[in-house]
Design a protein around this ligand. Structure first.
Ligand code: ZN
Length: 437
């Protein structure tokens, strides 16, 4: 065996949601081979997991990694001002190297906080793929497609968006390419319909922003006579391969449509709160059997990629919103962040839980910490008390990517320097140099 993890508390996230005390795990050729109280035999690498939680790595289902370079550059602004005055001018000047630096920085932050797989939509996706390859992460990528309603551009844009599907979707790869039409309000009907056709043909996921703000819904009603999800359903877009991020402003009727079409939701509570968009109806989604997963969104609207923070904010937001402490309990939130994320990305046969036969995307959380003592309920501790810096080991695809908080795949000082250098270059090009402290 390649790796033996001994005597840990294993939070499996399997169907029975078993939590196993003092269990060991063996990993061979990237696959979880055995989970038993005691495993005999020689291993190349042995990890003592006593006083540690062993669990599936987080699956962050909505990111724009390269926006890590915009962290803190524009806070406390309403959405349209934030986009028009700050984000879009910077995105216009973006070059491949900026995206590469931002994506590497994002991968480093995610590894250090226990995320092993993410779903990213942006530009220059070859650079994001490169950062996945070098960092050892697992990632789903989509080129952000939009034609702003100009149908004559739809074919070319779709062609560009579809390129990476052929390039990256090879068996055994940690990279999966999917289609990313940005949103119903930035894509023409033609582009959306053709995207759905292409996704069907290639059996691939569609990653799209839907119903993020109230204004988006009002405009959709005015221009199309329908709310965003009603419109998408009407043009035959909604199927079980659609992952809709945000899905904040929806009617009861739309929740039923999501269930009927088996559409998955990527919930981004911090981003929704920070931009002041609203509160997604997560308790209603759960009640109606709509699959909810969890995402951070980009670091410009969060400003962190730490899924521990995201879990805690998710649990707390819905409790205060409903004035009911029993809604969205810790167990549900941990599902959102692990197995549901894998299901949302169509990867649940491979990742999302610690089970024999699955790929070894596993993290270890150090319990020898004041904030995690005494150990009463491990799941509660993960959601309400733990932080990303409590993760001490990260294994992805059976490879040790972080050991004792030291990332083995990429060099932290180098990644940080490169990010600073590229941020400076981008800020100079957009006359925002004064934003760097
Ligand atoms: Zn987004």
């Amino acid at each position: 065996m390649d790796i033996l993890i001994k005597n840990g508390i294993v939070i499996t996230m399997d169907k029975e949601r078993r939590i196993l005390k003092d269990f060991s795990i063996s990993i061979t050729d990237g696959i979880i081979e055995e989970i038993k109280p005691e495993i005999k035999g020689e291993a190349d690498f042995v990890i003592d997991a006593s006083r540690k939680i062993v669990m599936p790595g987080f699956v962050n289902t909505h990111t724009h990694l390269a926006m890590s370079l915009f962290r803190g550059v524009a806070d406390d602004l309403p959405l349209m001002r934030w986009l028009q005055e700050e984000i879009w001018p910077m995105e216009k000047k973006l070059e491949a190297n900026h995206v590469y630096a931002g994506a590497l920085l994002g991968c480093l932050e995610m590894i250090k906080t226990g995320t092993t797989c993410f779903n990213d939509m942006y530009f220059y996706m070859d650079e994001v793929a490169r950062s996945i390859e070098e960092s050892g992460m697992r990632g789903v990528i989509s080129y952000a497609m939009f034609d702003f309603g100009d149908e004559s551009k739809a074919d070319d844009i779709l062609k560009e968006g579809g390129k990476s599907i052929k390039k990256y979707n090879v068996a055994g790869s940690r990279i999966k390419a999917v289609l990313g039409p940005h949103a119903p309000y930035t894509c023409s009907e033609k582009l959306l319909v053709k995207t759905a056709e292409m996704a069907k043909k290639h059996n691939t996921l569609i990653h799209i922003h839907v119903a993020e703000t109230k204004e988006e819904v009002e405009t959709s009603k005015k221009e199309k006579g329908k709310t965003p999800f009603e419109y998408l359903d009407n043009i035959g877009f909604l199927r079980d391969n659609v992952l809709a991020s945000h899905s904040t402003w929806v009617t009861e009727k739309e929740i039923k449509i999501l269930k009927k079409r088996n559409v998955k939701v990527a919930h981004n509570p911090t981003s929704n709160m920070k931009i002041g968009c609203g509160v997604a109806p997560i308790p209603e989604y759960i009640e109606n059997g709509v699959l909810v997963s969890l995402g951070t969104d980009g670091a410009a609207s969060n400003n962190s990629l730490d899924m521990f923070q995201e879990m805690k904010i998710c649990a707390l937001l819905h409790k205060i919103n409903k004035r009911d402490a029993s809604v969205v309990p810790a167990e549900k939130v941990l599902e959102f962040a692990t197995i549901n994320g894998a299901r949302a990305l169509g990867l649940d046969n491979e990742i999302g839980s610690v089970e024999v036969g699955k790929k070894a995307d596993v993290i270890l959380v150090d319990l020898d910490r004041p904030n995690l003592t005494p150990l009463t309920n491990p799941v509660s501790h993960l959601v309400y008390s733990a932080r990303g810096c409590d993760v001490d080991t990260v294994i992805i695809d059976g490879k040790i990517v972080m050991e004792d908080r030291r990332v083995r795949t990429i060099d932290q000082p180098q990644v940080l320097n490169f990010a600073m250098e590229q941020a400076r270059d981008l800020y100079q090009k957009t006359a925002k140099e004064d934003k760097l402290f």
